[in-house]
Design a protein around this ligand. Sequence first.
Ligand code: 2P0
Length: 382
Amino acid sequence: MSTIYQATTSAPVNIACIKYWGKRDTTLILPTNSSLSVTLSQNDLSSTTSSSTSPSFPTTLLWLNNLPPEQIDLPSLSSSTSPSAVADTRLTRCLLQLKKLRKELVEDKDPSAPKMSEWNLHIASYNNFPTAAGLASSASGFAALTASVAALYGLNTFSSEQEQGQGNDPLVSASQLSLIARLGSGSACRSLFGGFVSWSAGSLPSGTDSLATQIAPASHWPTLHALICIVNAQKKATSSTSGMQRTVQTSALLQHRITDVVPRRMEGIIDAIKDRDFDAFGRITMDDSNQFHAVALDTSPPIFYMNDVSRSIILLIEELNRVSLLTSRHLVAAYTFDAGPNAVIYAEEKHIPTIVNLVLRYFPLEPGTFEDKLGVLGGKDA
Ligand code: 2P0
């Protein structure tokens, strides 16, 4: 009987404050601009992936959210199978990179190490939130998958909750792993870290400088919370992947955003995070959400991700901030919207009850609906 090796890892969803929108290389998933996000806590919205491998597995199989398994055609590194004979997908590119690292860093250095790079994999991944909730699951999904297979292969010994520099030194750093998660889905590279994370656009055609780094751990600003307001749980009409390339091809505003706006905002928000300055953090976050939706609108044909309820939430938060600026000279809340109508509201912990009450007063939950269960989630530790 042959041994089965197994590893399980979780990765949370991240919510961008400076949005990634546009690729300069669609295969390597290299972005047209840098981005910055906050990773939610592991307990809130996350994906968990278990990977196992054994010389006895006849095929590579993938189970997603307990659905029947899908067979993945993946050439073993030593086989003579031509790569063109098997599907070249985001998933196979991630897995092949992980196998290469296993071979180079473990098996070639220690001839007694199990030859896992030649064996098939069984991968099971599930989200602890409904996939149809209208929240991006590809980021947490590909991050959990990359971290899980890396752990199985003995490449990393850290978890995304851990702060950099702690624990045993991994063979591959989280930033190096982010290069692989990025091949699965751009935003996934940011979910390999907890806390505040930047993804550098990089400039090399190889993409080796387009990686994620942690700006600060969640413990740096523990009072910052994220409220997630589900406006519509349906799948979006225009996927991020196709929508952003339509923007690259047709938007006249995008170039201005890439060259003149985002670099300045990246510097500003990193300073704001370091100083725990909610006024600067919130203003940049709201401005960048609005500009991302402006370039979506500037796309031909235009892309509308927000709806009337989304826009009403913007007006409500802007009004709350206007009054707060008059009375206390500070912002209370910052909204941001991804490629869909759902709102994420960042705020200091002390203001969360006021904001929840306000949102529920203007947008009451209908009893018995899906939103009744998930409507407003308070993100702990951001
Ligand atoms: C972000 N979004 O920075 C932005 C804001 C959506 C709006 O990253 O094609 O699912 O897999 O790289 O990562 C969504 O893009 O797209 C996204 P692919 P992905 O969070």
